[in-house]
Design a protein around this ligand. Structure first.
Ligand SMILES: [Zn+2]
Length: 52
């Protein structure tokens, strides 16, 4: 699996989450801990989600 880390200020929406998964990124680091459907989608597809 390709790896990469994306840093975002706000949680990705579901559309962006699908793009992240299709780019085979392995980790997303986000600024707040709010959980939404985009985050749930990432986790379901094995993307590690951290808060900074
Ligand atoms: Zn979006």
């Amino acid at each position: 699996m390709a790896s990469g880390t994306l840093y975002v200020n706000a949680g990705p929406c579901l559309t962006c989450a699908k793009l992240i998964v299709s780019c085979a990124l392995s980790r997303v680091v986000r600024r707040d801990g709010h959980t939404d459907e985009g985050i749930e989608f990432l986790k379901r597809h094995g993307v590690r989600v951290d808060v900074w």
